[in-house]
Design a protein around this ligand. Sequence first.
Ligand SMILES: [Zn+2]
Ligand SMILES: [Zn+2]
Ligand SMILES: [Zn+2]
Ligand SMILES: [Zn+2]
Ligand SMILES: [Zn+2]
Ligand SMILES: [Zn+2]
Length: 207
Amino acid sequence: MASGQSYLGTCAKCLGVITEKACTAEKLNYHQRCFTCALCCKELFGKPYYTMNGKPYCEEDYLNKLDKCASCNKPILERVLKAEGRKFHPECFRCAVCKKCLDGVPFSVDTTKQILCMDDYKKKVAPQCARCKKPISPPSYTNEVTRVIAMGNSYHTTCYRCEDCGLPLSSNSEGRGCYPLNDRLYCFDCHKRRVPNVGRMPAGKAK
Ligand SMILES: [Zn+2]
Ligand SMILES: [Zn+2]
Ligand SMILES: [Zn+2]
Ligand SMILES: [Zn+2]
Ligand SMILES: [Zn+2]
Ligand SMILES: [Zn+2]
């Protein structure tokens, strides 16, 4: 080192000796001209910069490098909420149905990867009653039977009744049972009343 020159350290970028105007960032020294954005090489002296893995970045590149929120697509500057392999602003992590914030709250994910609060999840996965089209809540904590499965459909116990006379058709009722016709629910009597009419139709009648 030539005498008379003040030694200000070694440049972390070019490894050359710094004799004047050093930039110091994260305990590393740089020549002013060497203190550049690790991505776009823009000089950062006197400008706002950010460090990531020990390298300086300009503001724009830093924001671009940050994790993006899977919901609003903006960079996440503070706490990253990770869920289902995606990243979110905590305040962007909401139920897809009711929009309730689910940060720190139990949630579930449906088959289309939608985030749902437990209430909406239960509603969504609950089978739909083929009669009234409303969800059938799971039997949950009671042993109460809430659902009848018939002909590949689910029904509320209360909806599983003859579509003509309203007689409950739960097969555990003595002497009852479902006698479906064209996917509709009928009791034995109402089924019998309808079938003869069908039977009397002339078969193969030309229009
Ligand atoms: Zn340098
Ligand atoms: Zn840059
Ligand atoms: Zn967001
Ligand atoms: Zn919800
Ligand atoms: Zn129903
Ligand atoms: Zn009936």
